[in-house]
Write a protein of this length. Sequence first.
Length: 277
Amino acid sequence: MRQIDDDIDFPTKDFAMSLASRLLSKASLSLLLTSIVASSASAHFQKMVPSTNVVDQDTGRTVKLDLTFTHPMTNGPAMEMAPPVQFGMQYNDQKIDLRQSLEAKTVDGKSAFDAEVTLKAPGGYAFYLEPVPYFEPAEGKFIIQYTKTIVDAYDSGEDWDQMVGFPVEIEPLTRPYGIWTGNIFSGMVRHNGDPVPFAEVEVEYANDGSITLPNATFATQVIKADANGIFHYAMPKEGWWVFAALIEDGTMTAPDSGNQVPVERGGVLWVKTDQMN
């Protein structure tokens, strides 16, 4: 056995505690930075997901909607959502204000809403929502996500490509319900009614926590529309998917500085895929 040299200076208790403290500080900083990177890599989306996107005798006539401002692919965290500027339903080109149906709730300690609507007649129903502008200090801009989803009632097959007249909106070129997992969804990005060449579209999956990301870059998929404003995306998993076409348009006054800052207007569309058994 090797003999220990009495002349060796071993670390003192104070030195060991100081070293441990520094290592813990570095580890904490690393975890904090990882959290920040993961949060910034995952985009925030206005969620508006119905309990079903096809109403029939099996589902019943009542549709419940979850309205949350969140990060879908990372299953949160949610952010504060104020009562929306608009929340309604379009049927046969007529808009019905549904704000009175909103019920406040909390998600991750932040304000969100539920709503419940009864669909009595066959047809295509476009649910739409315009939120209060959200100021994002980290990006130095306001975010407004004009959100839409289509629900079919009683196998009508009608009005699935309807537009509600938002400044930025996705026109479905693929019927946005009755979609098999793996199918390609196509849409056209429109700004004030006109196609937007090479518009950027962000895509996320509404993760229930069962999907583990290889790294933060997988949270938000990013694609570009073509010269006619048309984009395509194959959805690889069963569940709800969200498409957000993002356009900077105009300025607003920042609450922290009083300066004019850009406004990012997003045309958001939620669609659902089902697994073929």
